[in-house]
Design a protein around this ligand. Structure first.
Ligand code: ADP
Length: 919
């Protein structure tokens, strides 16, 4: 080829270093070509050289004398207009028709040769090809430029569509049936078709978004350009990319690795565009893929920045950077805003920045910053902001910083984050934790954690209160050791507890655990099993509470209750509890026996059923008088039990009151007093009879006196009758006197009979004056007969006392008979002695006193205390019984009163005090 150019240039006068411009074809160059034709003046072909004939595929025999135009392509017709004369000095580019239909490109010139013209020709087919190729490459470059420009310039949202357009452009330009651009998946996991073009006539090889897997990666590095797909190995690898189709693919490298592939399907580039080389194809690929990747990276970067900005905005925080060589710091706009700097000034002096920090933390931050700057030590500090308002909660900032080195540059930057929430929560949690720790440490409780391991629970933690409480250390309670400390009697409970905890997730039990000193503690153990999200046990958390004291106290109470229960049940006394309306809540066996039922039948029975109306009234009245201050009351009560005579019980009640002082229940203990009562009544009766016996002399006198009066009257009447001096008035007067005396005697006898009777069961209300009158009726005559003066006081207002009138009479008789005996004994010694007995009544609102006084000299003071004892007497045997005063004392006491004695100046003075019953 260089040779050919040289020939042409030389012929045309284009020498490499021409000395001076030469006129066009000044003289024919002494060159000749293999191909030539002989033409006549008219331009008709006379002969064709043999090589040219061969090149055109014409046989020698067939050369007809015809015009040159007949051998040429129509495009060359312009070149050979006119005659050869006209063509002289011109370079003629002539395209010949070849017999096989192809074109033979030639360049030539004419020379005169005598009459005819010699047309010399050179084959310039290869020169033409080269020029075409160059043009094609230029066009390719232009196309690449256009593509890059379009992709760079379009709106990012249209990027994919524009890419598809460019692929179409490319495909149409080079007649590619299927064309696609594959980009690497984010994270490097394979490839995905980003955009594609498919000619209508070609089968669809790819579609947008299609995944190509990692097959293409295996080509990375081994493939730099076109691939021979006839090699079976590549076909296998790339079947997913091409099916079984023929094609090739181009990689686009960036930063040392393939980032995109341009895929050509059903395409043989060498055949379709032979003039384009690898470089051109790679150029095209880069022109498309490069800008797309750039724009993607750009967009990702922008998104990243936006995300960062949003993040910083949301957190009210951001980055900071120390500017090199100045003492200045630059803050992210959001951070500057949060810290209260105007938005325009995101660069500020370091000192100003530090001024924001609380003085307590400032020094630490400064020193850490210095370390960061000087030594590159990564920085992490939690600092508080300086606040003007001390009432507000502290604002905590976490400041992190590090040195970033890239090449020669060294940057110091970091991040500031508001961690007030966390920090304040941390502070609160720490305080709560400390409080809890304190509480646990000072309480008799141990908190423990058991770790779950394949069905067994092993201690992994005990609170610090373990050692003060039990003496054991954590280690001494680990791995099975604990079981040894459990009381042997409680081991079953211990093993049962673990099983229940695993099965039911919660357990509460008590057992004894030995402490280090060997003493057992009662522990209340409450534990709960914690499970993970899948329901698998993870650990158990529990609490030991030392309940030794409480347990022992409960045990003591239980034992004591048991003792009392036995005591109550086995007691011979009747014990019961009843409500203020007399309904029994409980009664023991002795009570049930009395009431002819079983203890179980007692609750619900009304005690009032066994009382007479008076008894019930008196009982209720007594219960009503109970108060929290005086909750006790004792009485002898009389009951009418079924199938029995009267029963007499000594009954002690104790009221139980609620907080407001209201009586809610009565506890009572009773003892059967019937026998004693009966004996006492008999005793009373005997004493009464004895009194009557003693009174016999006095009584005889009482009867004698009316008899004497009657006898005198009868004697006087008889004397008058014998004289015959009988007047009716006289007779009537005498008979009336006799009648009065008969009535008087009858009264005495009647009273004696009544007095001699047994007393009534029930007490009655009566006026004590009645007893005084009854006594005097029986005694006064006898006393006077013995020369004893009776001094009877004036009766006061009527009052009422409760008891038996005959019994009070008995008391008065006893006192007066005792006084009479003392008086008569004294008169025996002194004949001039004038004995008297005074009986009078005194009274006030609450009480009435009956006072019996004599002038018999009184009682020896040494005997004063003994005279009320039964059988105490100073009288001779057979005279005194020693029962009078003792029985009298009992009677007065039964009436709720009191009998007392004292010595006056002249004799003894007995006082009966009785409570007055108000209506
Ligand atoms: P008795 O009369 O059978 O001896 P009492 O119990 O009635 O039994 O009296 C006890 C004693 O008290 C009497 O023996 C007597 O010594 C003394 N006594 C009782 N009343 C008087 C009195 N008025 N003056 C002096 N002594 C009295």
């Amino acid at each position: 080829m260089p040779l050919k150019n040289e020939i042409l240039n030389r012929w045309l006068g284009r020498v490499d270093a021409p000395s001076e411009p030469q006129p066009l074809l000044a003289e024919p160059a002494p060159v000749s070509a293999d191909w030539h034709m002989q033409l006549d003046e008219e331009g008709r072909v006379n002969s064709i050289s043999k090589p040219l004939r061969r090149a055109l595929g014409i046989s020698a025999a067939l050369v007809p004398p015809q015009r040159l135009l007949g051998y040429l392509m129509p495009s060359s017709a312009m070149v050979v207009e006119g005659a050869p004369q006209d063509w002289l000095g011109h370079m003629l580019d002539l395209d010949f028709k070849r017999s096989n239909g192809h074109v033979l490109h030639t360049r030539g010139w004419v020379q005169a040769q005598g009459e005819s013209w010699l047309l010399q020709l050179l084959d310039i087919g290869d020169l033409m090809e080269e020029a075409n190729a160059a043009q094609s490459r230029q066009q390719c470059l232009r196309l690449a430029g256009q593509i890059a420009e379009k992709v760079r310039g379009c709106h990012v949202e249209r990027l994919q569509a524009v890419t598809a357009d460019q692929l179409e452009e490319l495909a149409q330009q080079y007649r590619v049936p299927c064309l696609a651009l594959a980009l690497a998946e984010p994270g490097g996991a394979g490839w995905r078709i980003y955009a594609h073009y498919n000619a209508h006539t070609a089968p669809q090889l790819w579609q947008d978004g299609q995944r190509l897997g990692t097959d293409l990666d295996s080509l990375n590095g081994t493939v730099t350009h076109q691939i021979d797909f006839s090699a079976p190995s590549h076909l296998v690898h790339l079947q997913s990319a091409f099916g079984n189709a023929e094609g090739f693919l181009l990689p686009h490298h960036k930063e040392g690795s393939v980032k995109a592939w341009l895929l050509f399907g059903f395409y043989d580039a060498a055949q379709q565009v032979p003039e384009l080389g690898d470089r051109e194809w790679m150029n095209l690929c880069s022109a498309l893929a490069g800008p797309i990747l750039y724009r993607h990276a750009d967009q990702a970067h922008r998104h990243q920045l936006e995300r960062l900005a949003v993040l910083q905005d949301l957190l009210g925080t951001g980055w900071w950077e120390l500017l090199p060589d100045t003492d200045e710091v630059q803050l992210a706009p959001q951070l500057a805003r949060t810290l209260g700097f105007p938005e325009t000034s995101d660069v500020l002096p370091l000192a100003t920045w530090l001024q924001l920090i609380h003085p307590a933390d400032r020094h630490e931050l400064e020193s850490r910053l210095a370390l960061l700057r000087g030594h590159g030590t990564a920085m992490l500090a939690c600092v508080r902001l300086l606040q003007t308002d001390s009432t507000q909660a502290s604002v905590w900032l976490r400041i992190q910083g590090q040195v970033l080195v890239s090449g020669q540059t060294r940057r110091v930057l970091g991040f500031m984050l508001d961690v007030s929430d966390i920090k304040n929560q941390e502070t609160e949690a720490a305080a709560a934790h400390a409080r809890l720790d304190n509480l646990i440490a000072s309480s008799p409780a141990v908190i423990y954690v058991l770790e779950y391991d394949q069905g067994s629970l092993e201690p992994s933690f005990f609170s610090a209160s373990l050692t003060p409480l039990l003496g054991w250390s954590q280690a001494e309670c680990a791995d099975g050791l604990l079981t040894q400390y459990i009381h042997p009697d409680d081991r079953d409970i211990w093993f049962q507890r673990t099983r229940q905890l695993l099965r039911e997730g919660v357990v509460s039990c008590r057992y004894r655990l030995r402490d280090k000193k060997g003493e057992y503690h009662w522990l209340l153990d409450e534990a709960r099993l914690l499970r993970d999200d899948l329901g698998m046990p993870v650990e158990a958390v529990g609490l030991w509470l030392d309940v030794t004291e409480a347990t022992q106290a409960t045990e003591r109470v239980r034992e004591s209750e048991e003792r009392y229960r036995i005591l109550v049940e086995d007691s011979p006394a009747m014990i019961c509890r009843y409500t203020p309306d007399l309904i029994l809540n409980f009664g023991n066996r002795p009570l049930a026996d009395y009431l002819d039922c079983t203890p179980a039948q007692l609750p619900g029975i009304n005690l009032g059923e066994w009382f007479s109306a008076e008894q019930k009234e008196a009982f209720v009245r007594r219960i009503d008088e109970l108060t929290p201050e005086a909750p006790m009351s004792t009485a002898e009560i009389c009951l009418e039990l079924p199938g029995r005579e009267h029963a007499w019980w000594i009954w002690a009640d104790r009221g139980v009151f609620d907080d407001s002082g209201k009586l809610i229940e009565i506890q009572a203990v009773g003892r059967d007093n019937t026998e004693i009562r009966r004996t006492r009544m008999q005793l009373n009766q005997s004493a009464k009879m004895a009194t009557l016996g003693e009174m016999a002399t006095g009584l005889a006198h009482e009867i004698n006196q009316p008899l004497n009066v009657m006898r005198m009257a009868v004697v006087n009447v008889l004397k008058r009758l014998s004289n015959g001096d009988v007047e009716v008035d006289y007779l009537t007067e005498k008979l009336n006197r006799i009648d009065a005396q008969v009535q008087r005697a009858a009264r005495v006898v009647n009273h004696m009979r009544v007095f001699g009777r047994r007393s009534e069961i029930e007490q009655q209300l009566f006026d004590p004056i009645d007893a005084v009158d009854g006594t005097l009726n029986m005694l006064s005559e006898g006393m006077r007969g013995k020369g004893v003066e009776l001094k009877i006081g004036e009766p006061g207002a009527r009052v009422q006392v409760r008891g038996h009138v005959d019994q009070l009479e008995q008391v008065l008789i006893n006192l007066m008979v005792n006084a009479r005996d003392a008086l008569l004994a004294k008169r025996e010694k002194n004949r001039d002695f004038e004995p008297w007995i005074a009986l009078h009544v005194e009274q006030d609102e609450q009480s009435v006193w009956l006072i019996v006084e004599d002038n018999g000299g009184g009682i020896d003071p040494r005997l004063l205390e003994r005279i009320f004892e039964p059988f105490f007497t100073t009288k001779p045997v057979g005279v005194g019984t020693g029962l009078g005063l003792s029985v009298s004392y009992g009677i007065v006491e039964q009436m709720g009163g009191r009998l007392s004695v004292s010595n006056s100046s002249e004799g003894a003075c007995f006082r009966i005090a009785l409570p007055v019953v108000r209506e």
